[in-house]
Design a protein around this ligand. Structure first.
Ligand code: ADP
Ligand code: MG
Length: 433
């Protein structure tokens, strides 16, 4: 009887957990033995990056690497699938053409690529997966449900580029792989950039969704898709609700809309607009530009927030340049900084709560007898550049973990670790192994 009850409980638990986390098909993180020339392509936000790396095995490690960053024209983010992938393939072909003498492809081999695609994907093997939905301002209906590796491979063919995609990963998985290659104590990866997501290493036998053979390592990397987290315990203001309702993906990515770089500036704009409408913050007329969605970007917000000049000169300049608002009083500029402070700190504290949740799941939130380090590989422009945000996040995490535990927890900025990570996973899943 107990058995049956336990099974029912497990089923219920499984149902409650029917969230958005995905098995990555990555069951081994880089060993350090990886050797040869590999490429990576990172698509996941405003820019995409291409990278090549010559790996020299245990001794040589990363012998040489080169990368290039290309921004995606806005019209391609909502155009056709073929246009988007052709643009990417063309840029990649150009990059491959510039490969120098320091890079060596073994005779008779095809170039291999790790594809970092940072949108929700239903993975069906290490090198295939269908797009569940676009996020972060992308919206191309025909790609939804399509295998993104097939889409990319056809575009590579159209460019006449002989290259095989051997690994499809998310930026979190790439960051985790790159982070682990660099530091053995990395247990999780978090992205705080245009969007947000996290991944961690789980024991495969603790995964209810896993029905296949247990991987040799016993580990499986979980892509949490935590940007899509929502809960009645996650209070939403009228500004959050309106932002969501008017977004390209209403009802989705609620946590992401509270904490990531794509949205923080937009929340501030909405608050300032209401303060103008109801309390004439910027005088009697409503500045027309303040009504334009997404005109106030998070980097603008960050610059205003970090303004240390006594007369808040940068705040004045940003209000003028970005929103066309002139001649603000110091008192008004202070209010603007306060709004930035509230929005940024709320986001940072919520992000810290997410990291705390992962550490809790891993049992790394309690003082252990074995004093191991716990390292979180972090990537993303928001965390990297928005100092008040990253400091608030770290302070909050310390607050939640307590001094003792937090002294062994490290957040490590893995700058573009996901690129190297994807190349390493391409190597680990090479067709020539
Ligand atoms: P992506 O997430 O698109 O892969 P990044 O990790 O480089 O790219 O993050 C870019 C995002 O980081 C931007 O969309 C922006 O929201 C945020 N960001 C970049 N620079 C700053 C800055 N100076 N201050 C605050 N946020 C920034
Ligand atoms: Mg990125």
């Amino acid at each position: 009887r107990h058995g049956r009850r336990d099974a029912r409980r497990a089923r219920l638990r499984g149902r409650q957990q029917a969230r958005d986390d995905h098995i990555s098909y990555v069951d081994s993180l880089p060993s350090g033995q990886e050797k040869g020339l590999f490429y990576a392509l990172d698509l996941g936000g405003t820019n995409f990056r291409v990278l090549r790396v010559q790996l020299g095995g245990k001794e040589g490690r990363v012998v040489k690497q080169e990368c290039d960053e290309i921004s995606i024209p806005a019209h391609l983010m909502t155009g056709t699938s073929q246009e988007l992938f052709d643009f990417i393939a063309a840029a990649l072909a150009k990059f491959v053409a510039s490969e120098g003498e320091d890079f060596h492809l073994l005779e008779g081999r095809q170039r291999e690529l790790g594809f970092t695609f940072s949108f929700p994907v239903k993975q069906s093997s290490i090198a295939s997966g269908t797009l569940i939905k676009w996020t972060k301002g992308f919206s191309i209906d025909e790609t939804v449900g399509a295998d993104v590796v097939a889409e990319l491979s056809s575009a590579l063919d159209r460019q006449g580029l002989d290259m095989k995609v051997t690994a499809l990963v998310n930026d979190t998985i790439g960051t985790l792989a790159g982070g682990r290659y660099d530091d053995n104590d990395v247990v999780a990866a978090v992205i705080l950039g245009t969007g947000t997501n996290a991944a961690y290493v789980e024991r495969a036998n603790a995964i209810p969704k896993w029905h296949g053979l247990l991987p040799k390592s016993g580990d499986m990397v979980i892509n949490m898709e935590w940007g899509n987290f929502r809960s009645s315990h996650l209070p939403l203001t009228e500004f959050d609700q309106a932002l969501d309702a008017e977004s390209l993906n209403p009802g989705e990515q609620i946590y992401e809309k509270l904490i990531s770089g794509m949205y923080l500036g937009e929340i501030v704009r909405r608050v300032l607009l209401k303060m103008t409408e109801e309390a004439s913050l910027f005088g009697d007329d409503i500045p027309p530009k303040l009504k334009i969605p997404f005109i106030l970007r998070t980097p603008h917000m960050s610059m205003m927030h970090h303004d240390t000049s006594p007369d808040l000169r940068t705040v004045g300049a940003k209000l003028k340049d970005v929103l066309g608002i002139q001649g603000t009083s110091l008192k008004t500029r202070r209010l603007v900084v306060d709004v930035c402070d509230i929005v940024a700190k709320r986001g940072a504290r919520l992000a810290a709560a997410g990291i705390h949740g992962v550490l809790k799941k891993l049992g790394r939130d309690i003082p252990g007898s074995d004093k191991h380090r716990t390292v979180i590989a972090m990537d993303g422009g928001l965390y990297e550049h928005y100092t008040i945000f990253s400091e608030t996040l770290e302070n909050t995490l310390r607050e939640m973990l307590g001094e003792e535990v937090s002294s062994s927890v490290v957040i490590k900025l893995a700058n573009d670790g996901s690129g190297i990570g994807a190349a390493l996973l391409a190597a680990a899943h090479s067709q020539y192994l």
